[in-house]
Design a protein around this ligand. Sequence first.
Ligand SMILES: [Zn+2]
Length: 262
Amino acid sequence: MINQIFKVIFLAFCIGYAASLFSSSTHWSHDEQKHWGAIRDNTQTEDPLMFPYAVCSIGKHQSPVNLSEENHREILNKLIFNYPVDEPTYFNSGHGIQVNFSDDYKGHLKIGNEVYPLIQFHFHEPSEHVVGEKQYPAELHFVHIRDDGKIAVVGVLLDEGEENASFQKVLDNTPREEGGQNDQSSAVINPKLLMPKTNWKHYTLAGSLTTPPCSEGVEWLVLSEPITISREQLTQLRNFYAGNARHVQALNGRSVSRKIGQ
Ligand SMILES: [Zn+2]
């Protein structure tokens, strides 16, 4: 009897897991981003589960935004980047190129007393955040996720200029095929070498994930000074993914703050 109950629970778990796997992989692309909210998960029969990405359309705190709409200048908490080196996994997510830190990685961002573990970083081409008329050739997102699910993303804008040796490691070690993972490269990454050297002034606002499911409650911190990659590196990035950036979303009354001074 106990055995049977166990079997039923196990089966229910498997079905639930399979369903969650399916819904988390419900197909989407950047080309159809205006319609993300209307994408249906055909394994579901009830609203709102049928529309797993609905918040992409109906959310009022969506990202990215135009940072020139910043309307507050204030003394914000200093960002403290404790980003040690790691031998990460280089991952082609099917939507971009991504670097996943090791399970035992201790890197984190400190904002005031809050600690956010660094989980992965990835790239968009062109930039998602824009500053007035200026859209940068690319943007890097350092994604931090706490155990309680709270997410903070640090955005670094990429301009064309000097080449970046760490970015080249990412390009050289990321698999070409969608879904491909390379955890055997031994190529060490120092995340600090993908950030401006000293100037960590930043914009901050409450926003969302910029890809489905577009979940809100994400704390955004976009550094105001870009880093550079070479034209050749930009071409290599585009050979992986071009046009994987979400369009600018309405602020809807949100405040965009800019840290002034250190
Ligand atoms: Zn991103």
